[in-house]
Design a binder for this molecule. Sequence first.
Ligand SMILES: [Zn+2]
Length: 293
Amino acid sequence: MFIKSFRLKDLITICGVALLGLALGIGVLLLAAHAAGGAGGGASRAESAAESAAESSAESAVESSAESPSDSSSEAPAEGSLPAEGQKTVYLTYDDGPSAMTAEILDVLKEKEVPATFFVIGATTDRGKALYQRILDEGHAIGLHTYSHRYQQIYESADAFLEDYQKLSDHLADVAGVEPDICRFPGGSVNNIADPAILKEIKAELSDEGIVWFDWNALAKDDGASATPAEEMFENILESAGDSEELVILMHDDALRSTAAECTAMLIDHYRELGYTFGKLTAETPCVQFPDR
Ligand SMILES: [Zn+2]
């Protein structure tokens, strides 16, 4: 009996060792399979990051694209594409151009090899039209900011806004061959000028057309009567940004704002140091939008 039970114990031990060996073998195989499938894993991580970010945004009216980025390697995404999970991203945005400052801003972006987004208005001069083209040629995004940018006029009614918007859209298609699907409301998508009901109507129309609007979550406060010193703009941006990992920074591209290029260089150096990458906005970028009142 004793011998019999000893043998049984022995058998159990042998079986245990064999099972452990089998489990280890399966583990090694699973690890190898995971390593081989790394590229696909990277893509799905990027997708879920985009989806969760879109869901958590204040207004996720726009569905996040289910398509994976074209570069689906497990490396960090190229600047300008959708950010991967955990990738801290800065979107530099400039409103109201093109202007006498645009070329200087573009020079800094070119030197630092950083993409940005320009929310433009209607430019009729040859210089202005050439600047639309230069913005595009150098790999940046153009978004619409209305043709006239006249608050009283555009916010009089939804039709007034959309007519002005369409005028700029046609103008850009005509002179720069581009039809942007991103925009920014003058004053932001929630502002003190427009009737909330009119804003709601405009947003519904834009959404129907597949147009995405962006507000901001960090700003330079550079809209005073004269140019704000670059250092002050920089501090204002850092203060309003907090520790957000997806920053849509508002600055102005305006002849009066002569410090925008200098501030741009400071921002790029600072956020690069902190491990941020730089992107340009697209209709697929997780939205930064103010919640409706
Ligand atoms: Zn503006």
